[in-house]
Design a protein around this ligand. Structure first.
Ligand code: ATP
Ligand code: PAF
Ligand code: BAL
Length: 372
């Protein structure tokens, strides 16, 4: 009984969808079962449900998220539904991957629209021949996820953690020292709880995908890791939950990230293999934007700081001097969009009124080239 009460259902009733075809004796109204998407807040009822899925012969795809869902997340779920009969999505703002000075408290929280998007997507999947369905949302409490000691985000870190060294200390890990410890730890917990056949991650967080593959290999986890392409806005900006922090002014400037990467990718496309030759083009684009912004007045400009441009090995994420054409490389970048110094009346502002610094990341895979 306790376990039955421990999760809620959304969409409790059956519904009928009228087919766009006229109804005749041959073409009856399509009768589509608006199934409930279960919402689990605790682990035992989810485990029990998962056992039932196994007994029913279902395959399970898992999409972990921090919530504030956008089109990029929905693409991961579609990919999961394309190769599994059931999909579980987790929505959990994991505290241990946020450093003590980072944006955990202001991170966008959009539970109602997240659930509405998942319901709409599930209805779309119901109409898609052969697609799996969204079975459940796992939105655990922090007490459930961190049962024995409160989650600690300090660098010494009291608690049980997984670290991947040196991989987790490079690039994003250099700027966010507890980030990959938190990600690896929470993903290990989530994978142990959900026991998915396949897990789905976005290419946008490229180093995270390398960390997850390493976690699965080194800890012999029985799951397949799938990586889905980065979904972008029409101007090239990678979709990200944090983009809502940017109002119109910072949003316009943020396009520099993808433009810089594309310039460097073009150098690789033209046969350049030396680090300096490839990254110089990215730096040129970024420096030009920095100077353009600096030349404007306080009420017009949006400041940016480049954290890194990187050209790294796809398995280790260690920097390379020359791209091995048979291995390819990961070209990646992180920038900080600085808070606006002065805002103007009537200006379209982002979440937190453009006072929150926004760290944006992006990458392009430089594909291995076949020797001609
Ligand atoms: N634009 C995107 N295209 C494809 N996958 C994405 C995209 N953005 C995020 N994802 C993936 O969705 C999963 C959940 O990510 P998360 O909830 O942190 O969203 P996010 O947009 O990356 O948020 P943030 O702004 O905090 O980086 C991750 O595997 C992430 O790589
Ligand atoms: C994988 C993840 C959900 C772990 O909290 C998070 O790092 C993310 O959303 O990319
Ligand atoms: N998608 C990455 C999550 C984070 O930046 O914390």
């Amino acid at each position: 009984m306790a376990s039955r009460l421990a999760h809620r259902h959304i969409a409790l009733q059956w519904s009928y969808r009228i087919s766009s075809q006229p109804s005749t004796s041959q073409t009856r109204p399509a009768r589509i079962f608006a199934r409930c998407i279960h919402i689990f807040r605790d682990i035992p009822p989810l485990r029990q449900h998962r056992r039932q899925l196994l007994l029913n012969g279902d395959t399970l795809g898992f999409v972990p998220t921090l919530g504030a869902l956008h089109h990029g997340h929905l693409c991961l779920i579609r990919a999961a539904a394309a190769e599994n009969s059931k999909v579980i999505v987790s929505i959990y703002l994991n505290p241990t991957q946020f450093g003590v000075t980072e944006d955990l408290n202001s991170y966008p929280k959009t539970w109602d629209t997240d659930v509405a998007q998942l319901r709409a997507l599930d209805a779309e999947l119901a109409r898609t021949h052969g697609a799996g369905r969204i079975e459940a949302i796992f939105a655990p409490t922090t007490k459930a996820m961190y049962p024995t000691s409160p989650p600690d985000s300090t660098i010494p870190g009291v608690g049980s953690f997984i670290t991947l060294t040196p991989l987790g200390t490079l690039l994003e890990g250099a700027s966010r020292p507890v980030f990959f410890r938190g990600v690896a730890t929470v993903c290990m917990k989530l994978f142990n709880i959900v026991q998915p056949e396949r897990v789905y991650f976005g290419q946008k967080d490229v180093q995270q995908t390398v960390v997850i593959r390493r976690l699965v290999t080194d800890f012999h986890l029985d799951t397949l890791v799938r990586v889905c392409p980065t979904e972008r806005e029409p101007d090239g900006l990678a979709m990200s939950s944090r983009n809502v922090y940017m109002g119109q002014r910072r949003r316009k400037v943020s396009v520099v990230l993808s433009q810089a990467l594309r310039a460097a990718e073009a150098a690789y496309g033209m046969g350049r293999r030396e680090r300096g030759d490839i990254l110089a083009l990215a730096w040129d684009v970024a420096n030009r934007m920095v100077m353009e912004q600096e030349a404007l007045g306080e009420a017009e400009r949006a400041g940016i700081e480049v954290d890194y441009f990187s050209l790294a090995d796809p398995d280790s994420m260690e920097e390379v001097e020359v791209v091995d054409g048979e291995r390819g490389a990961v070209l990646s970048c992180a920038i900080k969009m600085l808070p606006l110094e002065v805002t103007k009346p009537g200006e379209v502002l982002g979440l937190g009124e453009d006072k929150v610094p926004v760290r944006l990341i992006d990458n392009i895979i430089l594909q291995p080239q076949r020797p001609s």
